[in-house]
Design a protein around this ligand. Sequence first.
Ligand code: CP
Ligand code: NVA
Length: 301
Amino acid sequence: MPHFLDIHTTSQSDLRTIIDSAHSMKTARNGRPKGAKDDDQPLAGHMVALIFEKPSTRTRISFDVGVRQLGGETMVLSGADMQLGHGETIADTARVLSRYVDLIMMRTFEEDTLLEMAEYASIPVINGLTNRTHPCQIMADVMTFEEHRGPIKGKKVVWSGDGNNVFASFAHAAKQFDFDLVFTGPEPLDPEPALDGLYSTVRNPQEAVEGADLVVTDTWVSMHDPQSARERRHNQLRGYQVNDELMSHANDDALFMHCLPAHRDDEATSSVMDGPHSVIFDEAENRLHAQKAIMRHCLGL
Ligand code: CP
Ligand code: NVA
């Protein structure tokens, strides 16, 4: 079953096809109204379930609009409102949904929940973020880099901050798309050991961003992190804020990315987010195009 569960579990050639298809679908729309359907409507007659166990703005809206542009229909579901949130097993939910819809996109907490859904569904399942990874986001980020600077192969990408789920998907992408990834952040917030070998660590942020083609950060407190850890994390991460001074150590034409939502003036200053290096809103837009290509890939359309 062609699920889209992670970047490292998708082949390099499929990843390339998805990004190329995203670029060409974006170009083909060329300023048309957002609600206008694509000419070919490959998802006509298809129903897509979008399940959220955590909040979302970009993932929810970009998938919903994307399915409609492809000619399909969506159901946006909150996990808490389904029997899923009241004890029905993931496996039974997967089997039942497979009788009603053609594709499932799920945002959940534990990766095992997503993997169980994929194991028991007879239709494709797409990862819309777990505590461990966020592959759709990084497909949009690679697409955005290519749009502005050409191939990402051999480029230097520096992540400053928490070694979290979004970083993990960057680490998977570094191997698949062959770019150099540097992590700079405090040791207690290092990425999980399973990612060792996919990136290098430089503790000093100014040193880390020397020669960077892309600087990336994310929130200091993710949705799965306890709020009680907030103050400690802020203290640990303050020195890793992406600000004008830090960006001045990167290449002059370095890009700045953030998956959003951002806590402005915590992990990145507004001067960087709204400044000349920033491509954050292109990134957000490209979620739409990249995910349309992911859905077509999963459905073989
Ligand atoms: N970047 C991202 O996934 O945003 P949402 O949480 O708003 O979906
Ligand atoms: N690391 C963040 C990403 C949100 C899109 C989180 O998991 O909350």
